[in-house]
Unconditional design. Structure first.
Lengths: 95, 483, 483
């Protein structure tokens, strides 16, 4: 399964990862190889098998509707790249 | 509208309803509105490395209540899925939502437009988490992100494209709004963003089977905006098509100042959300017995209450609609009618719809803050019904009650407002007034019936409004005519 | 001191043979001496460890010693440790000081263990050789030109070199078992759900599990006892009582049915490894165990299946690393898109980027069914193979890794690297418990024996391993130069 350059660029954009021009061929090669590899899955027809999302067959536990968290803004924002007036800053984007 | 062809608008609505839980859907942070930025965004809401979601049971119960109230199928097994996209107000880079197996499927809502009743289908309703907010002014070339709202539970309710115009769309939204507030699952505060609406609008030649290209309208945060935006968009699409153009599938924002919709910048490509079941959460399984337990906690729904009010209280459709639009108001009315036992329910209806709502509006008060309780109002109504006071005097008493001067009886006594019903006392005053106004009396006898009002006014003045109006009228007519 | 087992040290501390401070200083001394060679530690928390050691000594004196009181351990740098850098082996989190503790960290602390530092690892746990770390590769103490295995290479090397008696790791496709095998120590991946994932930076949520490294099965039991248990903060954490993992250690294993999958003896398996494993099986036979040939027919699908499921989940789990709220941010981002693309492009290494891209692809529109959904179906087939096998046998035995440690830089092609995990990956897909213990040498390098059990049969696995370790001394061998 050979990926085209365009496809790799499309996926890179979907994943918001910048790949340098020079590195694109390498990624095209590696990703194509990996997809070729996983194509081994086609050896088996599993159409009648139900998908397994979790190892164990349990259902979701429900939490009580209680407020348990206090304001830790200072602690959390201590690791932030850029904050002002309690807000996280990013380059301006138009809505 | 077109001269050449008849067009039909096809509208589907998506409501995002913030559920009134105390804590967030996947974390224990508070959902209270108006806090300082990022003071209610805990580690889970921020999407810090290593955190995990745990589901708020109350959000599930609220979703079930909604499903039952609209006659939908409540799923015994539903799955949370990740909707993956990048946006600064979406901390994890994905929104936890529901995709292939939502908690509510199907359902219907009946609306009335111009006296016509119509059933609107509901496709589905699912649970998801809200995103944060961004502010773009005041930050010198930057945008500021507040994640307090991130993680607030939302119920996304999707209608079938059964709506055919702006009026129907508004009727549906209003009905939905009333319902979720009735159910106690949403506070309905549109200014605060508790109840939001997106519209999918398309047009097609009337009678055509195929749907036209639709646009999505966003930023519709009042009923008025919904109506005007949809109206504008329908007209716009018709004009485009009639001029031989094409409607593009796009997202448009409504600008209330310019009264137009415009394409949204920054949403150039169709998102590929790459939905897949969230591996941090397990399937939500609800037993039938649990669903039935929740059904037992449903309040009387608006439609049922409306029917009952018309039947049991003899109200008109209009009166019943006004009084059942708000559950608290309906409760107030019923408590008043009960307190005013042995009076006509219509009396209570008129006073609640008229005087009470009027006073609340005038003073900018919410019903919960009314200085006059249903018991007090009911007491006042009984005094009208038993002729202790006239309707006109009652309004005075009501104002005094509003100013917290006491109950009806206390005020009537304190101000000596008891109606004069003693016939001989009134008769004496009537005789005096007639005697004092001979020319008007003559004119009346000559045929100027309108002068009765003048005499009534005079008698009322002489009695400080306390004479029983009915008796005054009767005596005046007899005396003036008969002599 | 450093050659003694963890259980032995805990007992010695309680007997006050020496103090925790002495022991901790000794470990810190060895770390200072050997880490430049091995690069096993990213962060050493000397002051904090000594403070905790002194406090431990007080508790021991007061007779309040807990299970691991005063015992120095290391944490894989994937566990959030409050106030301490938690890098996940990545430039993306090089500046991330975790604001909270992972549950595993809390639990070990509550058992009295002393954290001396955070260990090196493959970036975001993606790798089988510990060569993808932002902090440089880790070297195998048995031969420092060789890899220690990955992704928990730092923890494995630290224990193998006797720098600490115990360390934590995580295992998504073999990242505890494979480095344990390559470094000649014992490591265990518990049943999925037995140990909390809260605070453990996520790679592939439905596969990740935390587990212990130590020199013996008994030590693993002691650590696992402290680490296990239900955590309400993790929805995938199972609410069941934690058994006494040490209770059955010395039970006789006569009659134990040992499954030997015929698929494991195929091509790609190193002859030296095969021989050591065969010898190990003979030891089990001498102890009365009964070997049974079994078949796991879908085992060849395990690696391809894994390389769809794991990248898919990781592509979503790593979307939160966007330079907005924490972690690496690129210099002078031009706009929002640039912020995302360069922060992620520069912050992540090549292997992480590859897996995110593959994951994004297999989830994307048009490919979801053929890849992700198909992989989840195969996952069920693979699990069913094990379920069938455990109907016939109690424990499954085989090599942990197809080869011994290899030269740093030897495996440049990602695919060759992926094949290091052919025996371990299926166990994660099924969520079963698995462990690796040393069973000999090939070409002077350690060989690991893998034991796989049915769900929640850790006590039996530990028992089988412990009985083997009573008969053999592979687990007591120390790499030359580290005695």
């Amino acid at each position: 399964m050979s990926l085209s350059r365009d496809e790799v660029e499309r996926i890179a954009h979907l994943a918001r990862i910048r790949i340098d021009e020079a590195d694109i061929p390498g990624y095209v090669r590696n990703l194509s190889d990996i997809l070729d590899f996983v194509a081994q899955m086609n050896a088996v027809d599993a159409a009648n098998v139900s998908p397994m999302a979790h190892p164990l067959d349990e259902s979701q536990r429900l939490r009580d509707d209680v407020v348990t968290e206090t304001d830790q803004r200072e602690a959390f924002q201590a690791v932030a790249p850029q904050v002002e007036a309690g807000l996280y800053l990013v380059p301006k984007f138009v809505e | 509208m077109s001269l050449y062809m008849e067009w039909e608008a096809v509208i589907g609505l998506e409501a995002h309803v913030q559920l009134m839980t105390r804590s967030k859907i996947f974390s224990g942070a508070s959902t209270a509105y108006g806090a300082e930025p990022n003071t209610q965004a805990c580690a889970i809401d921020l999407g810090l490395p290593g955190v995990l979601p745990v589901l708020n049971g109350e959000a599930v119960r609220m979703a079930v209540k909604f499903g039952l109230a609209v006659g939908a199928e409540v799923a015994t097994r539903s799955i949370f899925a990740r909707k993956n996209y990048f946006y600064p107000d979406l901390p994890k880079g994905y929104q936890i939502s529901q995709y292939e197996q939502p908690i509510v499927k199907g359902g219907r809502l009946e609306i009335a437009v111009d006296g016509r009743r119509k059933t609107i289908g509901i496709t589905r309703a699912h649970l998801e988490e809200d995103a944060g907010k961004s502010l773009h002014e005041d930050f010198h070339g930057f945008s500021g992100i507040d994640l307090n709202r991130a993680g607030t539970p939302l119920l996304e309710i999707v209608s079938e494209p059964d709506l055919r115009g702006a009026a129907e769309a508004v009727a549906y939204m209003k009905k939905l709004h009333t319902l979720v507030v009735y159910l106690g699952i949403c506070d309905g505060n549109m200014q605060e963003g508790s109840f939001r609406c997106d519209a999918n609008v398309s047009v097609r030649p009337k009678g055509a089977a195929k749907l036209g290209t639709r646009t999505e309208l966003k930023n519709l945060n009042s009923f008025r905006f919904i109506e005007r935006a949809i109206e504008f968009e329908i007209e716009r699409q018709i004009e485009v098509l009639e001029n031989g153009g094409q409607v593009f599938q796009e997202t448009r924002l409504y600008d209330p100042d310019e009264h137009e919709t415009r394409p949204m910048r920054g949403k150039e490509e169709a998102f590929d959300y790459r939905y897949f079941p969230d591996p941090d959460l397990l399937p939500v399984e609800l037993e039938r017995a649990v669903i039935e337990d929740i059904r037992a906690t449903l309040p009387e729904l608006p439609d049922a209450k409306l029917g009952r009010f018309m039947r049991d209280y003899g109200l008109t459709v209009y009166e019943a609609e006004v009084l059942t639009a708000d559950r608290a108001l309906a409760d107030y009315f019923e408590a008043t009618a009960k307190a005013a036992a042995d009076t006509e329910p219509k009396l209570a209806a008129n006073w609640v719809m008229g005087d009470l709502l009027g006073a609340l509006n005038r003073d900018g008060l919410a019903l919960a803050k009314s200085p006059v309780s249903p018991q007090q109002l009911g007491g006042l109504l009984r005094r009208i019904a038993d002729d202790t006071i006239s309707g006109k005097i009652a309004k005075q008493v009501f104002e005094a009650m509003w100013r917290s001067e006491g109950d009806a009886d206390a005020i009537i006594a304190a101000k000596g407002l008891k109606q004069i019903t003693d016939t001989s006392a009134i008769e004496k005053i009537v005789d005096n007034i007639i005697a004092a106004n001979p020319s008007q009396a003559a004119q009346y006898r000559a045929g100027q019936d309108k002068l009765l009002g003048f005499f009534v006014g005079q008698v009322m003045r002489a009695t400080q409004g306390k004479a029983n109006p009915g008796q005054v009228n009767e005596l005046l007519v007899r005396k003036l005519k008969g002599g | 001191m450093h050659q003694r087992s963890l259980a032995d040290l805990a007992a010695a501390l309680r007997r006050r043979e020496f103090s925790s401070e002495e022991l901790t200083r000794a470990c810190l001394g060895r770390i200072a001496r050997f880490n430049p060679r091995l690069n096993a530690f990213v962060t050493v928390t000397e002051e904090r460890a000594l403070g905790a050691a002194r406090a431990a000594d007080q508790r021991i004196k007061a007779g309040e010693a807990r299970a691991l009181e005063g015992v120095p351990i290391a944490h894989k740098d994937i566990f959030c440790t409050k106030g301490i850098r938690t890098s996940c082996g990545s430039r993306m989190l090089d500046n991330f000081i975790a604001p909270y503790d992972a549950t595993v960290v809390e639990k070990l602390e509550q058992a009295g263990a002393i954290m001396v530092g955070k260990t090196n690892m493959d970036e975001f746990a993606m790798g089988s050789s510990n060569e993808t770390s932002h902090y440089g590769p880790v070297c195998n103490p048995w031969d420092i030109s060789m890899v220690p295995g990955g992704s928990s290479g730092g923890s494995a090397a630290a224990v193998a070199a006797r720098l600490v008696p115990g360390a934590t790791g995580t295992d998504t496709g073999g990242s505890i078992r494979q480095p344990a095998a390559l470094c000649g120590i014992s490591g265990l991946k518990p049943t999925y759900g037995a140990v909390s994932r809260y605070g453990m930076i996520a790679f592939a949520s439905s596969l990740d599990q935390a587990g212990p490294f130590a020199v013996s099965a008994e030590d693993l039991a002691v650590m696992l006892q402290a680490m296990s248990g239900f955590d309400p903060r993790d929805s995938t954490s199972l609410d069941r009582p934690v058994p006494d993992y040490r209770a059955a250690l010395d039970d006789a294993i006569a009659g134990l049915r040992i499954g030997l999958p015929k698929e494991y003896l195929g091509e790609g398996l190193d002859a030296g490894v095969a021989k050591a494993v065969e010898e190990a099986i003979k030891v089990f036979e001498r102890l009365g165990a009964k070997p049974v040939e079994i078949s796991l027919p879908n085992s060849r699908l395990a690696v391809p299946t894994y390389y769809v499921v794991a990248p898919a989940e990781c592509s979503s789990n790593l979307a939160r690393y966007d330079g907005v709220r924490f972690g690496y941010r690129c210099a002078e981002p031009r706009d929002l898109r640039d912020l995302y693309e360069r922060s992620r492009g520069e912050g992540f290494g090549a292997e992480v980027k590859r897996r995110i891209l593959i994951g994004t692809y297999v989830l994307s529109s048009g490919y979801y069914d053929a890849y992700y959904l198909k992989a989840q179906r195969l996952r069920r087939l693979i699990s069913a193979d094990f379920a069938r096998a455990f109907g016939q046998v109690d424990v499954i035995l085989g090599p942990t890794s197809p080869s011994v440690a290899f030269k740093l830089g030897a495996k440049q092609d990602p695919l060759t690297m992926y094949l290091c995990d052919i025996y371990t990956i299926a166990v994660n897909l099924a969520g079963l418990p698995g462990m690796s213990i040393p069973c000999g040498f090939a070409g002077g390098l350690p060989v690991g024996l893998q034991l796989i059990g049915n769900y929640f049969t850790e006590p039996r696995l530990l028992n089988a391993a412990h009985r083997y370790q009573r008969e053999t001394d592979w687990h007591r061998r120390v790499p030359p130069g580290f005695e």
